[in-house]
Write a new protein. Structure first.
Lengths: 112, 112
């Protein structure tokens, strides 16, 4: 069974801090994704990666960057955290882009 | 722009009845739709995928239909149980198959 693990369930950071969210998958999937989920807005794609060191912007990349140095790990970086980045962050992976995605349980991030 | 809409109001039904959730899309015809279930504090879990050339797909008590004329997918849970209470998300793949677009989800509450 595919397992997508996010490093923290809850995280509290201060405005201006650099924040790292980590995601690891154990099924050798090519594709990995970072979403944020806000009430009433659904899941919005921040970035995705289709191979090591490859990345593409999603719908809301501003204020974020990503890193994929190894196939199993995809990191989301908030360069300088702001209060409007308080949200639930979800990582997902899949083997092919037209196949279902497997999600982690999310990181609830609060920026104070 | 490509949009996918789900009924934002919660659906409350009695145990044993059939729950029907709606997903409407505009502007583009997706090659396929996916349905996910999300429990509070957890990531979405894939349930069913239906392609544009399939009218209906079933899995145990779940049934999905896809009407390209109405630009709509219906998700049915027959003989519903309190354990079916969750938020259900529909998603479709944008042109180029490079990302999923999610609806905001519909919360289902099944009462004993």
């Amino acid at each position: 069974d595919v397992k997508v693990t996010q490093s923290s369930r809850y995280l509290v950071k201060r405005t201006g801090e650099k924040v790292f969210l980590e995601c690891v998958q154990d099924m050798d999937h090519e594709n990995m994704f970072w979403y944020r989920q806000d009430p009433g807005l659904g899941l919005r794609l921040i970035y995705f990666s289709y191979d090591v060191k490859m990345k593409e912007k999603g719908d809301i990349p501003e204020g974020y960057s990503v890193s994929r140095e190894k196939k199993e790990r995809f990191s989301l970086i908030l360069e300088s955290a702001s209060t409007n980045q308080t949200s639930m962050y979800l990582c997902a992976s899949c083997r092919e882009l037209d196949q279902p995605q497997h999600f982690g349980d999310g990181t609830r991030l609060s920026i104070l | 722009s490509q949009k996918i809409e789900q009924n934002s109001e919660a659906l409350n039904i009695q145990e044993g009845k059939t729950a029907t959730l709606t997903c409407n899309y505009t502007n583009y015809s997706p090659a396929y739709l996916q349905w996910y279930r999300q429990d509070p504090g957890r990531g979405p879990v894939f349930l069913l995928l239906i392609r544009e050339n399939e009218k209906e797909k079933r899995k145990e008590r779940l049934k999905v239909t896809f009407d390209t004329t109405l630009k709509q997918s219906l998700f049915h849970i027959t003989a519903s149980q309190p354990a079916d209470s969750a938020t259900y998300l529909c998603a479709w793949v944008s042109g180029g198959y490079n990302k999923l677009i999610f609806g905001a989800g519909t919360r289902l509450a099944v009462h004993p």
